[in-house]
Design a binder for this molecule. Structure first.
Ligand code: BES
Ligand code: MN
Ligand code: MN
Length: 473
């Protein structure tokens, strides 16, 4: 499309400005899970609000009240920032969502550089939250600003929703969206979320599915205090041993879930669905190289996609209360809390999975005849989501990718979760498109998270081209 030629040129010419602005955003340690950084999260929200005002958007700050942090403290929830640009009834209205909070990061986790100082190296930008989700949320701002700077009319009305609690479960957001369905979201025609990644490193994609999530805390409590294993070993039932026994019953080393009844909850595979997976362009070798592993559970691409997209997975995350320091401490921990989660797929419902898992753990624990106390806690889960990749919203995304990258995108699903996608769809009945900017090897949540400079800059063009394409629907 030649009418965006100047627009794209403007974006290329302002690359340094965009990178400087991203550096400022990265320096704000907006870790929503860290109680000591509540004010940094709020500061990042204020920054997004000021960016919105700078592009002429009206803003509303939605305060969601308080919540109880897993550590027991009551804390204020970060603001949800609403923005509204344009209210021309002859134009389409697009609602974009993103999050301004990030995962925790410490240099001591193994980062090569300070995670909160944007570092440029080999045309890549490193820092916590660059790809998840600060470059994408800023890219929405720059995509609109570039229209204004080159003297083009912004082709659609835009409603922005930026939250600061996504990495910590988006507490209160579903209720807010449901309340706003016939208010702020009333005239929204299409939703677009840029908060995931390309499948690989070379080809852009459009994403039409996400897995859901349920998280479990399994606490086993024994004696009143930690004990000496030389004195008590052999005569007391040890909480840690009980927990390891339970964990060993959940999953095999090659990823098979062992919870009885769980496979019946998975939607049957259809021919049509299988065809979609066969079309996806993907290299398992590149994938293995990017994380430096020699072998995957699935080595055939179709099985690989299905394992991440349409089958559940169970991951064990940690054991709180267990001895984890260096050296050999001969302790019997008196109370341990094992943590694991299950990624959910159609047609699994969080409550039903929670009940299956909890019943199974209780039965297994009863079999141990241990006097220790078992307590299972599972917070509210998130549903899986699958959309229609043939929807016009996806066709707009596809044409935008063709304009910026000159290729046909892959149509993908994700193994990760963005529960709000389904909430938007259910609350309004409107289509949701996931339009990722970053690459599959960006390392979100990991050390040395990065986004390629080209993905950030072309991402701004991509979001701008999408806005134009969606205006024509
Ligand atoms: N951007 C991710 C979602 C995501 C993850 C998309 C992996 C594609 C692949 C988001 O910020 C995130 O981390 N989501 C959490 C959700 C959870 C807290 C409910 C996740 O997937 O663990
Ligand atoms: Mn994210
Ligand atoms: Mn994330």
């Amino acid at each position: 499309m030649s009418d965006l030629k100047n627009y794209f040129k403007y974006i290329d010419e302002n690359k340094e400005f965009y990178i400087d602005e991203l550096a400022k955003a990265i320096s704000i340690k907006s870790v929503s899970g860290d109680v000591s950084r509540v004010s940094e999260v709020e500061k990042m929200g204020e920054k997004m609000e000021s960016h919105l005002r700078d592009i002429g958007s009206k803003t509303i700050i939605r305060n969601l009240g308080q919540y109880t942090h897993p550590n027991g403290k009551t804390l204020g929830l970060p603001s949800v920032i609403f923005g509204q640009l344009g209210s021309d009834s002859s134009k389409k209205t697009v609602c974009v969502y993103g999050h301004y909070d990030v995962q925790p990061a410490e240099e001591s986790d193994g980062w090569d550089t300070d995670p909160f100082v944007l570092t440029r190296k080999d045309s890549k930008l490193y820092g916590r939250g660059v790809s998840d989700d600060k470059a994408p949320i800023l890219a929405w701002i720059w995509a609109v600003q570039a229209y204004q700077k080159v003297g083009l009319e912004v082709p659609v009305n835009i409603k922005f929703i930026f939250e600061g609690m996504e990495e910590s479960g988006s507490v209160g957001l579903d209720d807010l969206i449901n309340r706003e369905a016939d208010q702020f979201l009333k005239d929204v025609d299409y939703f677009c979320i840029s908060d995931n990644y390309w499948l690989g490193t070379r080809k852009p994609c459009l994403t039409y599915g996400l897995r859901g999530l349920v998280y479990f805390f399994v606490e086993i409590e024994g004696a009143h205090a930690d004990l000496h294993s030389g004195v008590f070993g052999g005569v007391v039932h040890e909480p840690m041993t009980d927990l390891i026994h339970l964990f060993s019953k959940l999953i095999t080393s090659d990823g098979k879930l062992l919870i009885p009844g769980i496979s019946n909850t998975v939607a049957p595979l259809t021919e049509k669905e299988l065809e979609l997976y066969k079309k996806v362009d993907f290299s398992i070798e590149d994938f293995k190289r990017s994380i430096k592993v020699g072998k995957c559970i699935q080595e055939n691409p179709v099985d690989f996609h299905m394992a991440r997209w349409r089958y559940p997975s169970l991951s064990i995350h940690g054991i709180q209360g267990a001895f984890s320091g260096e050296g050999s401490k001969t302790v019997i921990p008196c109370k341990v809390t094992g943590k694991f989660s299950i990624r959910l797929v159609p047609n699994q419902e969080p409550e039903k999975i929670q009940a299956l898992v909890s019943d199974f753990l209780k039965t297994e624990f009863a079999g141990l005849q241990s006097p220790n106390k078992l307590h299972i806690y599972s917070p509210e889960g998130g549903m899986p989501w699958v959309s229609d990749p043939d929807h016009p919203n996806y066709m707009a995304g596809k044409r935008a990718i063709q304009q910026v990258y000159g290729v046909e995108p892959d149509f993908t699903r994700e193994g990760g979760s963005i529960p709000v996608a389904l909430t938007f769809e259910k609350a309004t009945g409107r289509n949701v498109l996931l339009l990722p900017l970053g690459r599959g090897d960006d390392g979100a949540h990991s050390v040395n998270e990065k986004i390629d400079e080209s993905n950030y800059i072309n991402g701004i063009k991509l979001l701008g081209a999408y806005l134009q394409e969606v205006s024509k629907l």
